[in-house]
Design a binder for this molecule. Sequence first.
Ligand SMILES: [Zn+2]
Ligand SMILES: [Zn+2]
Length: 91
Amino acid sequence: MGGMMNSETKMLTKTVKCVVCGKKAAGENNFQLPGCETHLVLPTKIPTCPECDRKMIVKTGRERAFWSCPIFPECFGTRNLLTPDEEKDIL
Ligand SMILES: [Zn+2]
Ligand SMILES: [Zn+2]
């Protein structure tokens, strides 16, 4: 038996899009959200809100996920979910 698998996982019965970039998802990332190959592993370092410096939380919109300020709607601070490479440039 090789490692080739043709069986679809339950979550991929319809086209699931990466919550970061919108490309076809390859699986679930470490936030249990759909991610493409580039975004299967997202930084676990929690960024702080650009507006109020609170530790941010992951929210899912209709298609995309993003970091949101925990006190939304009092504060509208958001950040994109980043790959570890992108994270180095910003955080
Ligand atoms: Zn992606
Ligand atoms: Zn905030």
